[in-house]
Design a binder for this molecule. Sequence first.
Ligand code: F6P
Length: 326
Amino acid sequence: MADITNIGLYTSGGDAPGMNAAIRAVVRTALFYNIKVTGIRRGYEGMITGDLFPMDRRSVSNIIQKGGTILKTARSEQFRTKEGRQIAYDNLKSFGVDALIGIGGDGTFKGASVFGEEFDIPIIGLPGTIDNDMTGTDFTIGYDTAINTVINAVDKIRDTAESHDRLFIVEVMGRDSGMIALRTGIASGAEHILIPERKAGLASLFDRLENGRKDKTSRIVIVAEGENEEGGAFEIGRKVKEKFPHLDTRVSILGHIQRGGKPTCMDRVLASRTGVAAVEALKLGYRGEMVGLINNEIMFTPFEHAIKHHTDIDPNVIRIVDMLSL
Ligand code: F6P
């Protein structure tokens, strides 16, 4: 058992729906075990500027259903430097913080990994990102909400596509990952998906448009933001128009709408379960690990391993998209 008295809590990187549910779970669990919680605003940036404040039971009332993060978030350049991290550590010490819980994605855990090695402070991470690109959890907090936002939007696009007999190229988020595109492609009945992991490029889409059914009245192609080989959604749209001038093609980029909104039940439960587990892990002496859920069970993965993205997209799932969109 580790003697933890004051947990510093922060969110970092891109926000994700469910982060507030995770904050609530951490605060309430810590208080349950008589551990203090210090909120840190704007992630690593706030550690450096000293934007720290005590949190109590009521500071997390009525937030479980809210999108965004009440702790705010940022990406910090200064934390990349040794001097910046030293200032952050000194600020944490002056507030009596003796452990950290960080909620975020790749960048958050890279920072936590370096910080935890340089200074003697145990850190546990919660996977909070819509991208679902962490190793060590089946799903990240925010992913379920984001994919539901995407299919709601694509269903609306389908209405207008169908009315006008159009092809829509829809770009979804996922900086280096096709996970959002893959699931929403299946769920929206997309004609085709383009994701960075597949490396099939535009040729696969052209083949589909040339040799697929000709009597389709609307077509949706989902493109992951990280699929950069073809120059992004607008460039893909331009090339499709050039090669298939008879298809009435439009491009729609869903953008940051995917990061907002009320978290789904799945995200709230995932956030609550991992939030509780994070505090209990610190009490047990864990450090430098991300807590996730694999096959519905709490699992811990060292930061260095968690930040190695899933690149193992299941080829069977891609096969499903192709087969069902005949
Ligand atoms: O990592 C989450 C994410 O939403 C990515 O999918 C996207 O590429 C990125 O953040 C966008 O970041 P920003 O908010 O800085 O535009």
